[in-house]
Design a protein around this ligand. Structure first.
Ligand code: KG4
Ligand code: ZN
Length: 336
């Protein structure tokens, strides 16, 4: 293995995970700490931005020290500090960026700004030698996008959601069904006992060939369905969960199919928390014959700082450093 020359610390705080990692230039992940705030947001059925920001403040400094210890790295060993500067919840991104700037100033290491979406787009390359171009379906609680990744820094957005993200559709659906947060795993668990074809929920596929997503009609339809739902009929709650999940999965798979037809690209990477859904995984594999489907290890699929440090390494190779007055970009996009 190539001798390591640089060590990058990555910081991620754009949503509800406080994360710090240290990655070397030969992609060795020396530490990868992710502290989820799940329990703090659970009572509210979704991420509360103010709670998220305060929690990042409470934990980030400790996690930075822990990441150094776990990696057996001293401050003076660090070559640079990479941090998510957007997109994300403004308070959380601010906590991460200010911490990174303080480290950069005090320890005299260069500062690197990372687009969170670019981290997701390339995280598969931390562990797999996937060739460009590939399609990326990014499905999390905050994002639902289809992109084509031509190379590092070269992305085209094929479609995005016009309302809710896929994970949000699961979370809101779970709330309507009286299930806990996060909703994806809850719906998946309940749906295992149900019949996915029992209720034909509407699937917003838009006009022919469209690669945009929409889930709000589906969610409203579930709301109306549950208004008149009674356990006494031959439809059970597991049937409702399975049918609702089926509709979301069908939308995602159909859009993926369209993207493959449109671009001719036959390698697909799925990232984000919804990628954990087994029904999505098996339906993609069943329906996209002859297509290579890659899923990053779950710990690099959901929000993490290893992907941010990895992007930091790629940017440092091109001397893409920032000044200490670098602003945050809460609505940053990856491609037009
Ligand atoms: O990437 P992620 O961990 O965090 C952010 O969104 O930042 O994604 C979380 C989302 C939640 O909406 C959650 O309900 C969904 O991913 N999710 C799932 C599953 N596990 C997590 N959705 C469907 N099926 C799952 N098994
Ligand atoms: Zn994310």
């Amino acid at each position: 293995m190539k001798e390591q020359k640089s060590l990058i610390m990555g910081i991620e705080s754009s949503c509800d995970e406080t994360a710090v990692a240290i990655v070397s230039d030969n992609k060795k992940i020396l530490s990868n700490i992710v502290l989820t705030q799940l329990e703090e947001h659970k009572p509210y059925g979704g991420v509360v931005p103010e709670i998220a920001a305060r929690s990042h403040i409470n934990h980030l400094n400790r996690l930075v020290r822990q990441a150094l210890e776990e990696a057996s790295v001293k401050w003076s060993d660090l070559s640079a500090i990479a941090v998510t500067s957007g997109p994300g919840l403004i308070g959380g991104v601010m906590v991460g960026l200010m911490t990174a700037k303080a480290i950069a100033y005090a320890r005299r290491v260069p500062l690197i700004s990372v687009n969170h979406l670019e981290g997701h787009a390339l995280s598969i390359r931390l562990t797999e030698a996937v060739e460009f171009p590939y399609l990326l379906l990014l499905v999390s609680g905050g994002h639902c996008q289809l992109l084509i990744v031509y190379g590092v820094g070269n992305y085209e957005r094929l479609g995005t959601t016009i309302d809710d993200a896929a994970g949000e559709a699961f979370d809101k659906g779970a709330r309507i069904l009286g299930l806990g947060y996060p909703g994806g795993p809850e719906i998946e668990k309940l749906g295992k006992e149900g019949d996915p074809r029992k209720i034909a929920f509407p699937k917003a596929l838009m006009e022919k060939g469209s690669l945009e997503f929409s889930f709000s009609g589906l969610k409203t339809s579930l709301l109306y369905y549950m208004d008149s739902f009674s356990e006494k009929t031959d439809v059970s709650k597991p049937d409702v969960a399975a049918s609702y999940q089926f509709a979301i999965v069908e939308i995602l798979v159909e859009k993926m199919k369209r993207a493959i037809d449109k671009t001719g690209v036959k390698t697909c990477v799925i990232a984000g928390g919804v990628a954990a859904n087994l029904s999505l995984r098996s339906t993609l594999e069943k329906r996209l014959k002859g297509v290579k489907i890659l899923l990053p290890d779950l710990k690099y699929c959901t929000d993490n700082a290893a992907m941010i440090a990895y992007l930091g390494e790629l940017k440092s190779q091109n001397n893409k450093y920032e000044k200490l007055d670098f602003p945050i970009y809460p609505n940053l996009k990856l491609a037009k």
